[in-house]
Write a protein that binds this ligand. Structure first.
Ligand code: HEM
Length: 445
């Protein structure tokens, strides 16, 4: 077992404590595997820039194969994975995202319409519901939203909860969580297969901006062939997997931080009022004006990065900082540990969105803020995720006075690879009466 028990209970506390004793590079044993932990900007650069034949994400993330499917993403050769990711990019350009802004807002508005005048909800569950609706609509398409509707949150939860430490050992050991993961994958794959056949047979009526499914159906290989259905299905499920729960977690931590620091809310409301003045719907250009909100989301990314561990496997010996990491070792870096290094971020435990404002711009230090990775494998969904989280909070701030149902610290739930605030994490809300804004009170329902 090695250090598996303390590591899986709280990997961030385990790694932070070990770093205090052993420094920026140390090794330990995890489920019988030699594991090296590296910390600091130089280590991030070394890992992100390493040749894939030396430090391989593919060999580390093989436990994702049951989610993506054989031959897709990390299960493909690096060059093929790069081609597959390339097929996604037209759906993630700033132009494509601009077209999605109004859909994201519509979906969020529709969701909160049913909330009534006041009440209490769980923050993490709410963010999961919102990001499931938005991701399904923008990535999988309107047909999947209609056909699977209320089943989707459960399916995505089963898919996500099937990724856990035991997967590093073998993703197919007979655990109930892995069986639920496989059932959810099969159900989503079946519906997506039917939707793909229907779309290939007849172009659907124009129902708004192109979703990612449409982008993948029009993609062509270098020899001019359409992508195989299984590849399209694997990439779509992979995108949901990579982007839905991670965005929900980022949105939830943004909420926890904001509602624990209500002194920021008047300025955020003022910014909303100014940005939206004379506009009925949010656009990408209006979102760009919401800088303070963006800084708050970025501070949530720093203090509570949704992916606390980024992993590679050494295929050959790897030298860093005078140490040799032998072939076969799992190599980890941790955004959650590195984002709290005092020599990189001033007063690192403090919620301080101003650190990203002009004049300070702490996030521009290379390889400092790594919540979305870095180098060749940097997240391609960063802009999508930020847009989604900003829209969710723009809708909530404009629509409601909010506060945490239980003030005080919220602790991360390390039972999954993407730890959000541990539930229950209730929020209380009261609908604002227009005109909303700073004069209407900073939010104590
Ligand atoms: C808050 C939300 C998100 C976070 C925190 C996040 C974080 C990350 C990180 C850290 C990596 C690099 C992993 C590594 O180097 O080991 C990554 C890769 C990736 N992400 Fe995201 N992500 C988010 C949302 C999304 C979304 C919305 C999408 C797609 C729509 C997406 C698609 C991808 C893909 C395809 C990769 C692999 C890129 C490659 O290996 O070339 N992510 N993400």
């Amino acid at each position: 077992m090695g250090h598996a028990v303390p590591f899986s209970r709280d990997p961030v506390a385990f790694l932070t404590g070990a770093r205090e004793r052993a420094g920026d590079a140390f090794s330990f044993t995890l489920l019988g595997r030699p594991t090296a932990f590296l910390c600091g900007r130089a280590a991030h650069e070394a890992v992100f820039r390493a040749d894939e034949q030396v430090l391989s994400p593919r060999a580390a993330y093989r436990f994702m194969t049951p989610v993506f499917g054989p031959g897709v993403a990390y299960d493909a050769e690096p060059a093929e994975m790069e081609r597959q990711i390339g097929h996604l990019l037209p759906a993630l350009t700033s132009r494509a995202l601009a077209a999605h802004a109004c859909v994201m807002e519509e979906v969020a508005e529709a969701h909160v319409r049913g909330w009534g005048e006041s009440g209490e909800r769980d923050l993490m569950e709410t963010m999961n519901e919102l990001t499931v609706s938005i991701s399904t609509r923008c990535l999988l398409g309107v047909e999947v939203s209609r056909r699977l509707g209320p089943e989707l949150p459960g399916l995505f939860r089963d898919l996500e909860s099937g990724v856990r430490l035991a997967g590093l050992l073998s993703p197919s050991v007979p655990l109930p969580a892995f069986r639920r993961r496989d059932r959810a994958r099969a159900a989503l794959g079946r519906v997506l297969g039917e939707v793909i056949s229907a779309r290939r047979a007849a172009r659907p009526a124009d129902e708004g901006p192109q979703d990612m499914l449409a982008t993948l159906l029009s993609a062509r290989s270098s020899t001019g062939e359409a992508l195989a259905d299984e590849t399209v299905i694997g990439l779509l499920i992979g995108m949901i997997f990579a982007g839905q729960h991670t965005s929900a977690v980022l949105a939830a931590w943004t909420g926890v931080l904001l509602l624990n620091h209500p002194e920021h809310i008047p300025a955020l409301l003022c910014e909303q009022e100014r940005a939206m003045e004379g506009h009925k719907a949010v656009t990408a250009a209006l979102l760009r004006r919401m800088e303070h909100l963006e800084h708050c989301v970025r501070e949530a990314e720093r203090l509570h990065p949704p992916l606390v561990l980024l992993i590679r496997r050494a295929l050959r010996d790897f030298d860093h900082a005078g140490r040799r990491i032998p072939a076969g070792t799992l190599v980890m870096i941790s955004p959650a540990v590195s984002h709290r290094l005092p020599d990189v971020f001033r007063d690192p435990d403090r919620f301080d969105p101003g650190r990203y404002a002009p004049g300070r711009e702490e996030h521009t230090v290379p390889y400092a803020l790594i919540g979305f990775g870095g180098g060749k494998h940097r997240c391609v969904g960063l802009a999508f995720a930020y847009q989604q989280v900003k829209i969710i909070w723009s809708v909530l701030l404009r629509g409601f006075e909010l506060r945490l149902g239980r003030p005080g610290p919220c602790v991360p739930d390390y039972s999954t690879f993407v730890p959000g605030p541990r539930t229950p994490c209730p929020i209380r809300y009261r609908r604002r009466t227009p005109p909303h804004g700073p004069g209407s009170g900073a939010g104590q329902p």
